[in-house]
Design a protein around this ligand. Structure first.
Ligand SMILES: C[S@@+](CC[C@H](N)C(=O)[O-])C[C@H]1O[C@@H](n2cnc3c(N)ncnc32)[C@H](O)[C@@H]1O
Length: 280
C-alpha cells in the first residue's frame, strides 16, 4: 500500500497517500452499555473525552452524554419504534460525512454495537466510504439484566447454552425464529425487544415443546434507577408483561428461577472522583 499513518495535531492521524497528506477522521462505534455510566468501559470514557463529535441515540442517558468533552458537538439521531428520526441510511451517510471532515467521531450505541444494534451496517458503510472505523464493545442488556437479578445465563446443570434472539418482527409479522431449537431443554433464551411479541413468543415456545411452567425473568431498564424486575412462567408471560413499556429483556429458562427480583440495587462503587483519574 502506497500510504501510511502518523500522528497529526489534536490526535488526528495524518494519512499519507502517494505523497499527498490529508487529515483523516476516525469513527469509533462505541458500546455505551445498558445505561448506568459506571458500566461504560474505560476505553469508551477515554474516547468520549477526546471526541470532536458524539452521535447518539434517543435513549442514551444524560449522565453518559455529560461525560463527553465539553464543547464536543452532540448529534441525536434518536430512533423511535416505527418512527425513525433519521433513517439508518441517513445515519450511515452522516458518519461517513463526519469522517471525511477529518473529525474524531464517537458513535455511541446502547449496549454492544454488534448486538441487535445495526453496528454492522454502520461499519460496512464506513468501510465502503473509505473511513477508518473501530468498534469498542459494550455491556449488552442481557448481561446487565442477568447480573442485576443474580440469574446466571449459563449454570452447571441448568443451562449449557444461551441464545440471544430478537423478538422484533419485521413489518408487523411474527419474529422469524427457530422455535423448535429454542424450545430445547438445558438452555437459556435471552430475548431482546420481546415485550410486544411476548404472546406469540410464549405460544410458539410452548407449542414447540417448552413447558408452560418454564421460569421467565423480565428486567426493564436494567442498570437504571427506574429498573423493574419480575419473574413469571412462560404460560403467564403475556399477562405479566402487560404493564411494561420500557426497554426490557426476557430471560427464559430454568436459570430464571434463581432470579432475585427484590435484590437491592447495587451499591455504586464509583463516584465522580473515581472517573477523575482516567485521562483521555
Ligand atoms: C435495538 S436493541 C439494542 C440492544 C443493544 N445493542 C444491547 O447490546 O443491549 C434494544 C433492545 O435491547 C434491550 N435493552 C436495551 N437496554 C436495555 C436495558 N437497560 N434494560 C433492559 N433491556 C434493554 C431491550 O430489549 C431493547 O428493546
Amino acid at each position: 500500500m502506497a500510504g501510511g499513518h502518523k500522528q497529526g495535531e489534536a490526535g488526528k492521524r495524518l494519512v499519507v497517500l502517494k505523497g499527498q497528506a490529508a487529515c483523516a477522521g476516525v469513527v469509533w462505534l462505541v458500546g455505551a452499555g445498558p445505561g448506568d455510566p459506571d458500566l461504560l468501559t474505560v476505553k469508551a470514557l477515554r474516547l468520549l473525552r477526546g471526541a470532536d463529535v458524539v452521535v447518539h441515540d434517543r435513549l442514551t442517558p444524560r449522565a453518559i452524554l455529560d461525560l463527553a468533552r465539553p464543547g464536543a458537538r452532540m448529534i441525536d439521531v434518536g430512533k423511535r419504534k416505527s418512527r425513525h428520526t433519521l433513517p439508518q441510511e441517513g445515519i450511515n451517510q452522516l458518519l461517513v460525512a463526519l469522517g471525511r471532515e477529518g473529525l474524531n467521531v464517537v458513535r455511541l450505541k446502547g449496549g454492544d454495537p454488534f448486538m441487535f444494534g445495526r453496528g454492522g451496517e454502520e461499519l460496512e458503510a464506513l468501510r465502503a466510504g473509505g473511513i477508518e472505523a473501530h468498534v469498542v464493545p459494550g455491556v449488552t442488556a442481557a448481561l446487565a439484566a442477568a447480573a442485576d437479578i443474580g440469574a446466571p445465563l449459563t449454570h452447571r446443570g441448568l443451562a449449557q447454552a444461551v441464545t440471544f434472539v430478537t423478538g422484533h418482527a419485521a413489518s408487523g409479522g411474527e419474529p422469524n425464529l427457530d422455535w423448535v431449537a429454542l424450545a430445547k431443554a438445558n438452555q437459556t433464551v435471552a430475548i431482546y425487544m420481546g415485550l410486544s411479541s411476548a404472546p406469540v413468543i410464549a405460544a410458539r415456545l410452548i407449542a414447540a415443546g417448552r413447558a408452560a411452567s418454564t421460569p421467565v425473568a423480565v428486567v426493564e431498564n436494567a442498570s437504571l434507577p427506574d429498573e423493574r424486575r419480575l419473574t413469571t412462567t412462560l404460560g403467564a408471560l403475556p399477562e405479566a408483561v402487560r404493564a411494561l413499556d420500557g426497554p426490557a429483556l426476557l430471560i427464559v429458562g430454568e436459570v430464571a428461577a434463581l432470579a432475585q427480583v427484590d435484590r437491592p440495587p447495587e451499591i455504586a462503587g464509583l463516584d465522580d472522583q473515581s472517573f477523575a483519574g482516567v485521562s483521555s
